[in-house]
Design a protein around this ligand. Structure first.
Ligand code: IMP
Ligand code: MG
Length: 177
């Protein structure tokens, strides 16, 4: 769907309808697992915000939400991240679900998991929109995942290329230059 609006798109992996349907399925699994509990969804700005809002609307139990932001240091070496904006509230004794846009090497997710686990939540789980297991370097336990993707850079549904394409409704592969 190369278009004047999105000229760098090579092909669509998952259409907007497929993404919406799959998010509803996973939201159903989450609702079933956490029914009767007090769930807090936590997402990292900015990529996972799109997924979190769609997921939260499809979850059928009450949820709270909170956000944090991270930034890289050390010349962008993998895993060298720090918290740039922290959560608004403590998570002690809460059931926390970390909502990720993509788990790639796993370094970012592991950092987040360790950071949040240190704050004594009642439980902590991981839900990711995309999982690229072929590039995994550190193992992280993923509880819910919408799609496994091949070893290509993707955009859409919050994922960016140089801050663009986050508002693309589908998940698409960028042209290789
Ligand atoms: P990890 O630490 O290698 O797992 O990388 C996770 C982060 O890299 C994600 O939160 C994204 O911001 C970014 N990222 C990894 N792969 C892609 C991609 O295909 N498209 C857009 N961003 C990506
Ligand atoms: Mg990014």
């Amino acid at each position: 769907m190369a278009s004047p609006v999105f000229p760098e798109i090579e092909r669509v992996l998952f259409t907007e309808e497929q993404v919406a349907a799959r998010i509803r399925e996973v939201a159903g699994e989450i609702s079933a697992k956490y029914r009767g509990r007090d769930l807090k969804l936590i997402a990292v700005l900015k990529g996972a915000v799109f997924f979190l809002t769609e997921l939260a609307r499809a979850i059928e139990i009450p949820v709270k939400i909170d956000f944090l932001a991270i930034s890289s240091f050390g010349n962008g070496a993998p895993g060298m991240v720090r918290i740039a904006k922290d959560l608004d509230d403590p998570i002690q004794d809460e059931d926390v679900l970390l909502v990720e846009d993509i788990v790639d090497t796993g370094f970012t997710t592991r950092f987040l998991l360790q950071t949040l686990a240190g704050r004594a939540p009642r439980s902590i789980g991981i839900c990711t929109l995309l999982d690229r297991t072929v590039r995994r370097i550190v193992q992280v336990p993923i509880d819910f995942r919408c799609f496994e993707i091949p070893d290509r850079f993707v955009v859409g549904c919050g994922l960016d290329y140089k801050q663009h394409y986050r508002n693309l409704g589908s998940i698409a592969v960028l042209k290789q230059n």
